[in-house]
Design a protein around this ligand. Sequence first.
Ligand SMILES: Nc1nc2c(ncn2[C@@H]2O[C@H](COP(=O)(O)OP(=O)(O)OP(=O)(O)O)[C@@H](O)[C@H]2O)c(=O)[nH]1
Ligand SMILES: [Mg+2]
Length: 198
Amino acid sequence: MIIKKAEYLTSVANAKDLIHDDVPEFAFVGRSNVGKSSALNYITGRRGLAKTSATPGKTKLVNYFSVDDFRLVDLPGYGFAKVGKAQKDVWSSLIGDYLLSSNSLILTFVLLDCRHIPTEQDKQMITFLLHYNLPFMIILTKIDKLSKQALKQNIKKIADTLKLRQEMFISISAEANIGREQLLDILETRLNLAKSED
Ligand SMILES: Nc1nc2c(ncn2[C@@H]2O[C@H](COP(=O)(O)OP(=O)(O)OP(=O)(O)O)[C@@H](O)[C@H]2O)c(=O)[nH]1
Ligand SMILES: [Mg+2]
């Protein structure tokens, strides 16, 4: 798949302002600083599209990006001490509101740092997605930080911790340009599936 157009659409702070239409959406969730905004930029091939930062807690709103005939949605990070209490618990957060109310969300990417064992909040996010039967995949980020061998070991550890099959995992590095084609293939497959279900 080739991305022709990618642009910032809007940011939303309250559940009542979330977009409800039939444009298919892919969402990015995960801990603060895991690389959500970077992954979104990497997929689109537009470096400065979503704001990234070495300081956790950069993305505080639901940010919508319009990409060809679909949208990418950058969600606030969780697990960062300074985010409000409401943002800490997915069941009662803007993230949760978004995930449950978007009627055109076709796939959620849960991003995990390939170096770390998932936190309680990561597990809670996955429990939430499973509970509501929302389709998701895991993106392991920053794989430039590990050797091939160490990455392999960590994928197994992380998959075991989450009790998920390794087929649900994609490994990427926005920094070292690894995984973009695989991600684009997933987007394309999901978009075609959504179209055929219409
Ligand atoms: N080495 C390496 N660093 C990365 C990679 N992707 C992102 N980073 C760095 O990780 C930091 C956080 O990236 P962001 O994309 O802003 O993370 P985020 O998940 O959007 O963070 P919040 O908006 O705070 O929730 C930045 O300093 C990025 O440069 C990667 O593939 N490799
Ligand atoms: Mg961000």
